[in-house]
Write a protein that binds this ligand. Structure first.
Ligand code: FMN
Length: 174
């Protein structure tokens, strides 16, 4: 069974996971910028990964815009993000709703891994976006639990990546 891993990564976190997954499955991994949807048709198993940016999986439209073309494939999509694992029950459902407006097709399973956010590495645009988000949320009179979480996340600083987390995805593909 031919398998391919594709990733889109701004700061290297998703690329690290793509590399780990490809090593474990003994297959190749590619930057999404070098891949077109048509290239994917020759594979049985497709793994796509992207960082979460405002709950959107970076570049996931490569898959979501080609659901019909890829309907016979086994697909794993993974995100990397900094939302702590204890919020994941609620958060992971939201990620699916936001990224799959027409519902999650049966041939696709979504996995969410902890990634990396090192504040000193962020682009000016991203630093400003986080600052603005924090300001807006902090000015709310009665912030919801989600809004409180967002304020906290704006200050997260570190690499929370964990190679062990890929086991479930590997099991799904094998
Ligand atoms: C502007 C901005 C928005 C982000 N939004 C989210 C988010 O909605 N959910 C989350 O869990 N992480 C969020 N993150 C954290 C990134 O998803 C995380 O750092 C990810 O591992 C980056 O992956 P990459 O380096 O492969 O692009 C955000 C980071 C930035 C800079």
């Amino acid at each position: 069974m031919d398998t391919i891993v594709i990733y889109k990564s701004k700061y290297g976190s998703t690329m690290q996971y793509a590399k780990w997954i490809a090593e474990e499955l003994n297959c190749k991994y590619f930057d999404a910028k070098d891949i077109k949807a048509e290239d994917l048709t020759e594979y049985d198993n497709i793994i796509y990964g992207g960082g979460l940016y405002a709950e959107i999986i970076n570049g996931v439209s490569l898959i979501t815009k080609n659901i019909d073309l890829l309907k016979d494939k086994k697909i794993a999509i993974f995100s990397t993000g900094i939302t702590p694992l204890d919020c994941r029950d609620y958060y992971d459902k939201m990620v699916i709703e936001k990224n799959f407006k027409n519902g999650l097709p049966e041939n696709i399973k979504v996995f969410n891994f902890l990634g990396k956010m090192v504040l000193s590495e962020l682009s000016l645009v991203h630093k400003t976006a986080l600052k603005t988000l924090k300001k807006i949320m902090s000015n709310k009179e009665n912030p919801t639990e989600m809004e409180k979480l967002l304020i906290e996340l704006c200050d997260a600083d570190g690499d929370f990546s964990d190679k062990d987390a890929i086991k479930e995805l590997i099991g799904y593909i094998k």
